[in-house]
Design a protein around this ligand. Sequence first.
Ligand code: PEP
Ligand code: MN
Length: 356
Amino acid sequence: MLVVMKAQATQEEIQKVCEHIEQLGFRAHPMPGATRTAIGITGNQGMVESGTLEELSGVAEVIAVSKPYKLVSRDVKEDDTVIGFPGTNATIGGRDLAMIAGPCSIESREQAFAVAEQVAAAGAQFFRGGAYKPRTSPYAFQGLGEQALKIMAEIRERFGLRIVTEAIDNEALELVDRYADVIQIGARNMQNYSLLRAAGKKRKPVLLKRGMSATLEEFLMAAEYVMSEGNYQVILCERGVRTFADHTRNTLDLSIVPAVQRLSHLPILVDPSHGTGKRNKVLPLARAAVAVGADGILVEVHHQPDKALSDGAQSIYPEQFAQLMDEASQIAAILRRNVPRGIEIKEKAGAISAVR
Ligand code: PEP
Ligand code: MN
């Protein structure tokens, strides 16, 4: 169910409707929009009796949502969700594209800083590195854990880059939430409902990767799990699905970008690294992702990919990332979008300094 408030409804009226919904034993999710606020109702098994809700002051209408996903839907929120990072000019969603780059794994302080320096110089606003790695083999490098999180926190201090990193389980989630700016949930965990709920209880944005055989509906329902707990800052990410094709690691399904944008207000990024598994295919697919309308790119970059402890074959060189930034800017301009260069940190005193 969805309560659509009148355009001129006051905060107090919105608050009263939310309280009424909670008194009925349901959960209220107010979603402010450009023209009006809608309040999603979850926790109900069937229809909520809409009569009294309709009578409350400021309510325009009460409508049944027929789709299984509610809070992710454009029915609840018409305009695109734009996620901001307080104290910076970085956003995910909206006109500016989010360029997220870094090594698959944080291997050492030297390695992480070498890559961070170069992606920052090329204009990235987000640095992504793995601290906890979901590896196919239990004998493969599993990540440096908290040590890697500390290195990334230093990188944020030094370069201003906002930090994205994966939480593979509930234990890692607590630490990732403490150190990072964005919590990544990986493809293998897209349907780990207890982890999704736990991430939904956090207040940092959640970057949710598509499961390797997930349908569009399953993908959106996974996002719904996070949002149903009250965390509305969800970023979707297409990273390729499994098919019969064996010339690439996965098959990057770019058609999901417009499909998601039609149904949902959430931003959707594309990861051409895991999507192809091959360095020579990363730039072409990244260009295509920008052209198809993705809200940003998540890409693996390593200064010495031959020595990488994970995903070296799909990691691009820093120079290739710089080239990608230029090409993405040009393609984005055709779509009247923008690739911001560098992150601006608004210091506590209010001064603005560009970190490049
Ligand atoms: C990763 O981002 O390094 C990763 C493991 O990705 P995915 O969950 O998409 O396989
Ligand atoms: Mn990887």
